[in-house]
Design a protein around this ligand. Structure first.
Ligand code: UT7
Length: 334
């Protein structure tokens, strides 16, 4: 007769215990961008909402930014690095194929008891990480999980490309997820539409450099209008489903924190969701640009710090990007 083995046992619920962000030191204005591409401050502001973005210096590596954001999140959560059971990093700009950035960051933080790995889910990466973290805490594979979204998109931006040079920024955002007596992270609604695989990507993959050393460095490219339409229309039912699965309505929200891709996408979602005027909406894109996996935790941190969203309030998060992939959930703010 086969032996019976134990199942893991976790906490009944999970929640975000603390967040932290890191904004790199170099402020890049629209005027600076327009010194290279044929554009104007007015066009960039009115088409995206971006006034300026941050670009990392050579010293502000993805590792350095991750550790800074994580340190703040751990302190805010009151959790020690040794208590972490897992470190998940979402990034598309860790430019070394292996090992993972998470293994290095976990080591430097002193997270000696943590598993560590990276995920690639582009601008939906933070919401993917939160979903995994809550499953781990509830499933019993980790008591505390550190989720980091970090990007140095300036490394993969062609500053001469009029369709992308103005949009991306750098930064890191982190959250510590741990056990809770009450529900703190709602059911995730996520998915992937690989039929639009080519909508956002690199100009060419790294393997070309092996055969053509003079090919230069790859850069991000994006079919802006295609992604814009998909995000503005297809993400609305996803957001609605996340509210429905959490058992609340748009009226119950204390904050709406969508991926900071374009203020016009945010406006289209607000309208389609019939979001009441009393719900504050993240507009961190104005000062930060589009930081992909870092955008939602950075926007969350700003709203909490500036008193725009209440601690303990309920927020709808939705991330969407290259893949095309998406993830949305309702969370209780730390
Ligand atoms: O984070 C991952 C997900 N990413 C997104 O969600 C991004 C989604 N896409 C977008 O946010 C928008 O598509 C962009 C902001 C990237 C572009 O805005 P758009 O309104 O879609 O611009 P467009 O490509 O449709 O171009 C409209 C006009 C064109 O001129 P005409 O043909 O109407 O005369 C372009 O030539 O704007 C012109 N244009 C520019 N003008 C000044 C395009 N790029 C620029 C520019 N400066 N940089």
């Amino acid at each position: 007769m086969s032996k019976t083995i134990q199942s893991p046992a976790g906490a009944e619920h999970a929640r975000i215990l603390g967040t932290g962000g890191y904004r790199p030191s170099r402020v890049i204005t629209n005027e600076q961008i327009c010194q290279v591409i044929d554009s104007t401050d007015e066009w960039i502001r009115s088409r995206t909402g971006i006034e300026e973005r941050r670009w990392a210096t050579a010293e502000e590596t993805v590792g350095v930014m991750s550790i800074a954001a994580a340190g703040k999140a751990l302190a805010a959560a009151g959790v020690e690095a040794e208590q972490l059971g897992c470190v998940i990093i979402s990034t598309v700009t860790h430019l070394s194929q292996t090992p993972s950035l998470a293994a290095d960051v976990a080591n430097q933080l002193g997270a000696v008891n943590a598993a560590a790995f990276d995920i690639s889910a582009a601008c939906a990466g933070f919401c993917h990480g939160l979903a995994l973290a809550q499953d781990m805490v509830r499933g019993g594979s980790a008591e505390y999980v550190l989720v980091i979204g970090v990007e140095r998109l300036s490394d993969l931006t062609d500053m001469n490309d009029r369709s992308t040079a103005f949009i991306f920024g750098d930064g890191a955002g982190a959250a510590v997820v741990g056990p809770s007596q009450t529900p703190g992270i709602g059911p995730v609604v996520w998915g992937a539409d690989g039929s639009q695989y080519d909508a956002i990507g690199q100009t060419f993959d790294w393997s070309r450099l092996r055969d053509e050393p003079d090919a230069g460095f790859p850069a991000l490219r994006m079919s802006g209008q295609q992604v814009f339409r998909w995000a503005s229309y297809q993400m609305v039912p996803v957001a609605k489903k996340a509210l429905e699965r959490a058992g609340i309505t748009a009226d119950d929200l204390d904050a709406f924190i969508p991926h900071q891709a374009n203020n016009r996408i945010t406006d289209a979602m607000i309208k389609a969701l019939k979001l009441p005027a009393h719900v504050p909406v993240a507009r961190d894109i104005a000062k930060t640009g589009n930081t992909s996996a870092a955008s939602i935790p950075l926007a969350m941190e700003r709203m909490l710090e500036e008193g725009e969203a209440p601690h303990g309030g309920v927020a709808l998060l939705i991330g969407f990007g290259a893949g095309l992939v998406y993830a949305a959930q309702v969370v209780v703010l730390p």
